[in-house]
Design a binder for this molecule. Structure first.
Ligand code: HEC
Length: 116
């Protein structure tokens, strides 16, 4: 006979497995239609650091990263090759994916500083 604890654990595991499938990820905003890939890349590879609230990781909505201060080309180089504490992302992502992520960052910058 199954113990109450093992029944409970089976239930919890089942829930944890099903939960992501339902798409209930409360912190992740919906993707605007023309930013699907950039959104996917950003939340898949970047937000873990850039949305962590860790003071050592810059907020990309900061003035310093607006296009007049940090160009798309500069961003592409830093993201692909790494910069300071940011490891190179180029081994995992193609340039096209990085460019889509940059377009999504520009979109966030324009939209009142909030990820949307
Ligand atoms: C391991 C944590 C980490 C990850 C993952 C990460 N970053 Fe960064 N990122 C940083 C840190 C730290 C800096 C500050 C680097 C510096 O200026 O010393 C930075 C800087 C940047 C900059 C500014 C570059 C510049 O030229 O000043 C951009 C743009 C950026 N990240 C975008 C991204 C994107 C897009 C991704 C995902 C593809 C990403 N980052 C993934 C930690 C991370």
């Amino acid at each position: 006979m199954k113990s109450v604890i093992s029944r409970f654990l089976t239930g919890v595991t089942g829930f944890l497995l099903v939960f992501p499938l339902l798409g209930c990820e409360p912190d992740r905003p919906l993707a605007p239609p023309n930013h699907r890939n950039g959104h996917k890349v950003y939340y898949g590879y970047c937000s873990g650091c850039h949305e962590s609230g860790n003071k050592k990781v810059p907020n990309l909505r900061d003035k310093r990263y607006l296009s007049e201060n940090t160009s798309d080309a500069q961003m592409l180089r830093s993201i692909r090759n790494g910069r300071g504490q940011m490891p190179p992302q180029g081994g995992m992502l193609r340039d096209d994916d990085i460019k889509d992520a940059i377009r999504y960052i520009r979109f966030m910058q324009k939209n009142s500083g909030k990820a949307k």
